[in-house]
Design a protein around this ligand. Structure first.
Ligand SMILES: [Mn+2]
Length: 244
């Protein structure tokens, strides 16, 4: 019997009335460092939630630990472009993937590869989190439309066609907003939170918050509090957000 798997590309979360909600940038197999950042912020797994902009694996030394993290009831990632390689492991450009840090996956047994792919296929492309001051959207790289409602409608399209694939890829890969410095933001959201582009400091363009401060590289993990939109550690006004 064929099993029908209902995969939602947009996942919505009601407001957290018991604790705090944080978002974190790209992790890339550095879960020990991530845990240290959570400890510093006093993260309480009983009531707090951690949302992730994705890119959970590749490059770092602890990629296999991701399954333990996906099992945590308070950990909620969207799918990044590196996570999408895992989903498409049997059809993607493996050479390019390995070049970009995917050799850990090539070392897994076939059954393990299938298990990772099955779990990663459940990662939504977009997450919505309700907060007292309005809706927060989370995608890995960008919202390719001026309004969140439009993205939501496109992602929930029942037809899995070329257009949907293009929209998903923009959500996971696009750097055009930050490269062009576009400040028009995304309508229908209090804030959009993204990663994918490594910065020395978090940056805000319109209502779009870039929080990948390269904790997986030689930077640090930034935890963005979704209620206050304040960063931990706080933004240092002395430093530019760009690497120079
Ligand atoms: Mn990325």
């Amino acid at each position: 019997m064929l099993e029908t798997i209902e995969v939602s590309r947009v996942r919505r979360f009601a407001a957290n009335t018991a604790g705090r909600d944080f978002a974190v940038g790209d992790i890339h197999g550095h879960f020990t460092r991530l845990q240290a950042a959570l400890d510093t912020a006093g993260f309480n797994p009983v009531v707090d939630r951690l949302f992730s902009v994705g890119d959970l694996v590749d490059r770092g030394p602890e990629c296999r630990d991701v399954l333990d993290w996906l099992a945590k009831p308070w950990f909620h990632p969207v799918r990044g472009n590196h996570d999408d390689y895992v989903v498409r492991f049997d059809t993607c450009d493996t050479e390019n993937w390995v070049y970009n840090g995917g050799s850990w996956f090539a070392g897994l047994a076939w059954d393990e590869q299938r298990e990772f792919a099955a779990q990663f296929a459940e990662l939504p492309i977009a997450i919505e989190v309700e907060t007292a001051l309005g809706l927060i959207g989370i995608v890995h790289a960008d919202c390719p439309f001026p309004s969140w409602d439009q993205l939501h409608t496109e992602l929930e399209s029942p037809e899995s066609n070329k257009r949907l694939r293009l929209v998903q890829n923009s959500c996971m890969w696009s750097r055009s907003r930050i490269q062009e410095g576009t400040t028009c933001g995304v309508e229908g959201l209090r804030a959009l939170v993204v990663g994918h582009t490594q910065l020395r400091q978090p940056a805000v363009l319109g209502n779009v918050h870039y929080i990948d401060t390269a904790g997986w590289m030689d930077g640090h993990f930034t935890l963005l509090d979704l209620a206050t939109l304040q960063c931990n550690p706080p933004i240092n006004p002395e430093l530019s957000f760009d690497w120079d």
